[in-house]
Each structure stands twice: as C-alpha cells, then as structure tokens.
Design a protein around this ligand. Sequence first.
Ligand code: FAD
Length: 459
Amino acid sequence: ARRRLIVVGGVAAGMSAASRARRMDPSLEILVFERTGFVSYGSCGLPYYLAGLVGRSEDLVVYSPAFFKERRDIDVFVGHEVTALDPSSRRVQVRGLADGEVREVAYDVLVLATGASAVRPPVPGVGRPGVFVLRTLEDGIAMRRHVDVLTGPDRTDGGRPRAVLVGAGPIGLEVAEALTARGLSVSLVEMAGQVLPGYHPDLAAHVEAELRRHGVDVHVNEALAAVEGAGDGGAATAVRTASGRTLPADLVLLATGIRPNVELARQAGLRLGSTGAVAVDHRLLTSDPHIYAAGDGVETWHRVLRRPAWIPLGTTSNKMGRIAGENAAGGDATFRGVVGTAALRIFDVEVGRTGLTEAEAAAEGWEPVTAYVRHGSRAHYYPGPGPVHLWLVGDRRSGRLLGAQAVGPAGAVAKRVDVLAVAVTAGMDVDEVAELDLSYAPPLAPVWDPILMAARAWG
Ligand code: FAD
C-alpha cells in the first residue's frame, strides 16, 4: 500500500505542506481535511475583498480542490472536521459536516496545520446578527455580504451606515480603511492606550492621526462592555464600552485577537509550549515521531530570543508548511525561524517592525538603547511625501542591533524594515549598519538613508 500523509487544515500551512510533500514523494497518498468550505486562499487579502479592491471571493483562492486532485494528486476534503487524533493507533476520526457521517482514517505520517481562531470577547451580545469576526474566507464572505446590503440600493434608512470595529491591531486597522472606502462611517474601539498596541507610542500617534484624517473615529482606553440590539437575539444596533459610551452600529467587527487551535494536539497528548501553541523542534516535529505541525497553531523559533515564540503570520505559516511537508515526506529540512518582522499600510501611511522592541529587549536582560530619527524618504528637493520616522534598538553592552520600528509614507517603510530585518538576522552591530552600502537616487532615497542616519545617531 502507498504510505499515507494526512494534513489537518487547508489554508496557508496545510496546503504548503501537502504540495511540498507531493513534490518530494510522487508515490505518497495525500489527504487534506478542512472543516470550512475553502482551501488554499490568502486570508491576508480579506480586507481588500471587503473594500471591493478584490472583486470576487474566488480571486483570493490560489488553487481549487479540483486543481489539487487533477494536477497534484492530492485529495482535498472540504467540510470535513478532524474530531479526534489517536497517535498510538495512528488514526484520525473525521466528521463530514454535510451528512454528519463519522469515519476513521489511518495515517503513516500527519501534519497538523489547524491554525488559529478569532477570539470573541466574553461580553453580552457578541452572538447577535451583524457581529462579525474576520479569520476565514467564510467570515469574509458573510461580512462583505452585510456591507453590500448596508451600502446597496435597497437600504431602508437614508443615513450613512455605521461600523464599529473593536480592536485596533493590524486587522482592525485594515478593515477600518476598507469600510471607509466603502462609504461607511467607522469607529474604532481599543482597550489599550493606543492603536497598534506593541508598537512605539509615538509611531501609533502617527497612525492614529492618519485614521482621523480619513474620518475614522478612534477611541482608545475603551473596553468593549456589550453589543446591544433589539431583544435577546436581535441584530446589533450599538456597541457599549466599559466607560459607558454608546456607539451606534449597523455592523460590528470583533478584531480582539486570536488563539491557536490546539484542541486536537492537546487531546492527542502532544506537547504544548509555554506560549500555549504546539511545541515543535527545528524540523517541525511535534512530541510524537509521526506528527509534524506548522502555521498559526504552532510555536516558531525566534532567532534573536533564541527560544520558541508564538508569532502567527502568513509569511511564517507558508514557510513552516513547506518544511513540515518536506519532512513528512521523508526529507530533512530545518526551519531557521523568524526575527519578528511585520508591516502594514493604513491609508497613506506604512508601518513596520523587525526584531525586538525596547521593552521586549529589556525583559530579556539586554540593555537596550533606542535611537530615533525623522528623516526624508527621498532627496530633500525631490517632490513627494513626508519623512520616515525610525526607531532603532541596540544593546549598549555588545553594540548589537536588536530591532527597529518605522512609520512613514506608503512605499517608504517596508523597504527599510526589510533591510533591518536582514541586519538583525545577520546579528550585525549598529556600527556596521551605519556603513551599509544602500541604494540612492533622488526619487527613491536621500543620499543618507534614514537607516544610516538612525545607526549614526545610536549610541
Ligand atoms: P489558518 O489560516 O488558521 O488555517 C487553518 C485551517 O485549519 C482553518 O481553515 C481551519 O478551519 C482548519 N481547521 C482547524 N481545525 C481543524 C480540524 N480539526 N479539522 C479540519 N480543519 C481544521 N499575515 C501576514 O504575514 N501578513 C499580513 O498582512 C496578514 N494579514 C492578515 C489579514 C487578515 C484579515 C487575517 C485574518 C490574517 C492575516 N495574516 C497576515 C495572517 C495569516 O493569514 C495567517 O498567519 C495564516 O492564514 C495562517 O495560516 P494557517 O494555515 O497556519 O492557519
């Protein structure tokens, strides 16, 4: 019989694993079980689908189940949930969600790619119609349908439809932009004292100003208390905050965070890490010799901290999936890990980070010193947008670059953050960064790039 690989979960990590395993071993039998109706799509594109920039939900899908069957000999079962995992007999229990039928399927090797789920804060009313989370393609389709109705010709009341977004992390902000573009009046409610919690407060202030400039009503230091509506199960009509503020709402998004889907791993007795996500070694093997794991449900290696961390991102999930798939098919690849790089764009402002923040570095026993510069993103005489603000964190004792954050005009930030991500990865000292041979031409950069200026200003 053919050796059989079962993959649980079919988005970024799962389909990367299945495809890589197929490339490694043409004889392997590969089964993917996915409980939602879709596989192989870019969830990172969901805000742009809501905005209407991406026309149809199908446009977010990379390959269909039929493609996987015909071109890659991978059997994809959508609408199938794995409800139990027994490592001792190497079997899973699978339930078809359409017919409720349960069957047992044996495997030789398994990849857990169950990802993460959106958390709904435990307050009254979060189950009302008109309240959404944005995680899966199905979430996106449901939310876009609601936005289409709110903005469509059949609207009953004449006013501008109102959205309240709870949580001002990357997803809340990207959706704020999307719904503003759709003509909704948007309020953001954030429990922390700033938007983008975790970023430098001065950086967050630039982002908040940009949101306000585009008409977004921003409320920080406000926790969600309840979603109100008519009667017990009536549609959402308002959001109430802990301070007693009431914000009228035709649509509510809960973007208050995610948690790793570890139920199967826990039930199977696999080791979880201190972060709560599934623990793996450098080959992405779990504590069971026949089970690999990858993606948002799994810890990743942090190259600066030199220990596992949970940093759920699409870029990492795809890479981890590829490694897990390769090893599940008999390969011997290692995942080198991450340095905590991320970027986003909100309206005309771009934000990014890499490595450690000053607070993270201090918590690890480094002696962090931060240099801040505000410097043009192009030659000073060249027409165009404003400056880049860059915070560079280095260790006073060793001189080593530990991390950076930046905010500035769209197109000018991710480039700088990526250069610094390479420098952090290479373990460079700030002194060396100050002498990097970076590109210069008036429309693209100033002769002294903000990176060089910040490194010079450090120490
Ligand atoms: P998931 O996408 O969570 O997929 C796991 C799948 O497993 C799910 O479909 C789930 O239904 C299924 N599953 C779980 N349990 C079972 C079971 N028992 N049986 C069967 N199926 C099961 N990342 C970036 O790097 N950059 C970005 O700009 C970015 N933007 C984002 C914007 C949005 C709106 C969202 C939601 C995410 C964004 N991300 C971004 C994060 C990125 O989308 C995720 O990191 C990525 O989707 C994780 O992939 P995954 O395969 O590990 O997990």
